[in-house]
Design a protein around this ligand. Structure first.
Ligand SMILES: [Fe+2]
Ligand SMILES: [Fe+2]
Length: 258
């Protein structure tokens, strides 16, 4: 733990945090907990022990399942349920997939575009390609998960053969002097000669941010494609005992105590 908050008076922002936390807890019968990672987003490396947290919420137990504040998930959730109930934004994904489909690319490329940023929209930005690939690996052709993994690195490197420049947006976001870290450069070099290079590259080509705001995109347009190319487990994502199951469960129950 980074420091002992009890040893000194609370700052106004800590008081506000505490009030927010109290209100949050009162909304529930159970105590929902924030994991360490959630606090790091506010620049804090800290956690509260179970006993202390429970002492602040007398008579209550910790949440060990669904958080009632979050959209309800079905008992056997499928990819579509995560799209609808757990992905904070799907427009970018739908637009990318629609663009790839319009360009006549095959279903693997379209699905790769549809899923390429699920790491970002559901979980975490850092290394989103790797997280996204890991989530779907057991359920798709390895061409799709491989492409999603490396699109993160490829995005930083132009490929004139397909008319892909270094993104202007990255200059705006990261500054003119930003250079990808060595692990990204290495990933790019490995990917460049890989048999599925072009699938990953096509994610980049269709990974556009300047959308036509009037373009109509709908998840329903991709339900059949998902059905054909994503092996939905009959037990539901999270309950199918794959190396990715725990990740889907975490998205389902992000505030469980354990
Ligand atoms: Fe991405
Ligand atoms: Fe993207």
């Amino acid at each position: 733990m980074a420091h002992d908050a009890a040893a000194r008076p609370l700052t106004p922002s800590e008081q506000a945090d505490e009030l927010e936390e109290r209100m949050m807890h009162e909304l529930n019968e159970k105590i929902a907990t924030k994991s360490v990672l959630f606090g790091m987003g506010d620049g804090k490396v800290e956690m509260e022990g179970g006993a202390a947290l429970q002492a602040k919420n007398p008579g209550k137990y910790f949440l060990m399942g669904a958080d009632p504040r979050l959209p309800e998930m079905p008992e056997k959730p499928q990819l579509i349920d995560f799209f609808r109930q757990r992905f904070a934004s799907t427009n970018h994904l739908l637009q990318s997939a629609a663009l790839a489909r319009k360009a006549g690319h095959n279903e693997k490329v379209v699905l790769a575009c549809l899923l390429h940023d699920i790491g970002v929209v559901s979980f975490i930005r850092c290394d989103h390609g790797y997280w996204g690939a890991q989530l779907i690996e057991p359920y798709v052709d390895e061409e799709i998960s491989w492409a999603i993994r490396v699109h993160q690195a490829l995005r930083f490197f132009p490929d004139e053969s397909v008319g892909y420049p270094y993104p202007e947006l990255y200059r705006k976001f990261f500054g003119p002097d930003y250079e990808p870290e060595p692990y990204i450069v290495e990933e790019y070099k490995r990917a460049r000669n890989h048999k599925h290079y072009m699938t990953a590259r096509l994610i980049c080509v269709n990974d556009v941010y300047s959308f036509d705001p009037n373009a109509k995109v709908d998840l329903d347009d991709f339900v059949d494609l998902i059905g054909r190319n994503f092996k939905q487990p009959k037990e539901g994502l999270g309950f199918d005992n794959t190396p990715a199951s725990h990740m889907w469960r975490t998205l389902m129950w992000p505030t469980r105590f354990l």
